[in-house]
Write a protein that binds this ligand. Structure first.
Ligand SMILES: NC(=O)c1ccc[n+]([C@@H]2O[C@H](COP(=O)([O-])OP(=O)(O)OC[C@H]3O[C@@H](n4cnc5c(N)ncnc54)[C@H](O)[C@@H]3O)[C@@H](O)[C@H]2O)c1
Ligand SMILES: O=C(O)CC[C@@H](O)C(=O)O
Length: 410
């Protein structure tokens, strides 16, 4: 249901990129945000620099890079929606320091990734990708050589989070033994076993599958040394982030017949659009499944993501709630029917709350509810008020030292 706001929703411009599921556009329009621009592709940095200044909301997937310069140009930007899990394509600190929350969908496509990896693992253990490629060329490789059941084999999962755990359960369901390596101590599901050292996992697994985020520590974490620690004729799967595996080292291990195969969904450099050629040394190998970053691309996942992220952006716009923002203090707010709500975003320093309340008191504004949350250098104070001059109070709050932005909802 459209809610009343202090602004005209039709004046707020929404830019949806990278073919996010169309239900996102429907959700914005249904709530009264009629000014939606929808693109099937990503925009380059220079295109974003030209375009973003007009928009209040932007929805992207993993290709569009919201760098500090792009965010500098985004004068009107209120919030960013990443219609995916990963948020490494956004400079989160730069967004935070400008008071822009970034939302994502941390769970909606995890099952899709786990299912794809399970399928790839079974295919690779049977040597199907190479046999399939040969059959397409007219060759007939009827042989059981290097063709194995998954039952009884060991799957080593690196990163036992939302995807890693689901994969572990699915793999145990077909009789695999599951071991995992994670930097955190994790509650193990099923009969999975956490191992303390990465090389222990690598040297004992028939299949190694990566499910870590992109961080400084995971960049290149599967390099020449780690790949050399993997068992002879084992399989490497990466559907996490392209920077995690050294592709040249993997290509060399395949060339040397150290590994039996691989499945790679994410790459250090990915084409910006479907019309750009995909370049990779892995194209030379029949025993490698190459997929165009579609681990989470199912109808079910994309629709759920669109609903989740569009709802979060609209809720923030209409009501100020920031639940599950990845770079912002998280506040879950009740509706504010018949009350004005002032949102104040500031650098987290002592005395700001006192000054806000002083201003409200001096303007005879009666507070009916107040919420404060901080994260790092950012403070977020939400004040519901019943009477008094809210616009004057807002104008004064904007003068408080350290204020990044403030707005009012009614
Ligand atoms: N291919 C796709 O289309 C696709 C789709 C969804 C997610 N992803 C990517 O998959 C990855 C995992 O997603 P998730 O939802 O399971 O994330 P998650 O945050 O739930 O789990 C990540 C796990 O990795 C662990 N970890 C972090 N750093 C580590 C390190 N250095 N060594 C070992 N473990 C480490 C964390 O403790 C956590 O348990 C993310 O990079 C995400 O962007 C890709
Ligand atoms: O949809 C995408 O572009 C990214 C999918 C995936 O990598 C994610 O981070 O959720």
């Amino acid at each position: 249901m459209p809610t009343n706001t202090s602004y005209n929703k039709q004046d707020l411009k929404v830019l949806l990129l990278e073919g996010v599921h169309p239900v996102a556009e429907d959700i914005f329009r249904r709530d009264g945000y009629d000014n939606v621009t929808y693109h099937k592709t990503a925009l380059s940095e220079s295109e974003l620099l030209d375009t973003i200044r007009d928009y209040h909301f932007i929805g992207i997937r993993s290709r569009s890079q919201l760098t500090e310069s792009v965010l500098n140009a985004a004068n009107k930007l209120v919030a960013v929606g990443c219609f995916c899990i990963g948020t490494n394509q956004v400079n989160l600190d730069a967004a935070q320091s400008r008071g822009i929350p970034v939302f994502n969908a941390p769970y909606s496509n995890t099952r899709s990734v786990a299912e794809l990896v399970l399928g790839e693992m079974i295919m690779l253990l049977r040597g199907i990708p190479a046999k399939n490629a040969a059959a397409h060329r007219g060759e007939w490789h009827k042989s059981a050589a290097q063709s194995n059941e998954a039952r009884g084999k060991t799957l080593g999962i690196i990163g036992y989070g939302h995807i890693g755990t689901q994969l572990g359960i699915l793999a145990e369901g077909i009789g695999m033994k599951v071991r995992f390596f994670d930097i955190e101590n994790k509650l193990t599901l099923g009969n999975a076993e956490q191992v303390a050292e990465l090389n222990d996992l690598l040297s004992s697994s028939d299949v190694v599958s990566l499910h870590v985020p992109e961080t400084p520590e995971t960049k290149g974490m599967m390099g020449q040394t780690q790949i050399a620690q993997m068992k002879q004729d084992s399989i490497l799967i990466n559907a996490s982030r392209g920077t995690v595996v050294d592709i040249d080292a993997l290509a060399q291990a395949l060339e040397d017949k150290r590994l039996a195969g691989a499945a790679i969904d994410v790459f250090p450099t990915e084409p910006k659009s479907n019309s750009e050629e995909f370049q990779s040394p892995l194209r030379a190998f029949d025993n490698v499944i190459l997929t165009p970053h579609i681990g989470g691309s199912t109808q079910e996942a994309q629709e759920n993501i669109a609903i989740e992220v569009a709802d979060k952006m609209i809720k923030y716009s209409n009501n100020g709630s920031t639940m599950s923002a990845v770079n912002f203090p998280q506040v879950s707010l009740p509706e504010h029917d018949n009350r004005h709500r002032i949102l104040h975003i500031h650098h987290n320093r002592p005395g700001v709350l006192t000054q806000i309340n002083q201003i409200l008191s001096e303007n005879n504004v009666n507070i009916s509810g107040q919420y404060l949350q901080t994260q790092g250098d950012l403070g977020y104070v939400v004040t519901d008020i019943e009477d008094g001059s809210s616009q004057t109070a807002l104008d004064k709050m904007r003068q408080i030292e350290g204020t990044i932005r403030a707005r009012i909802l009614y």
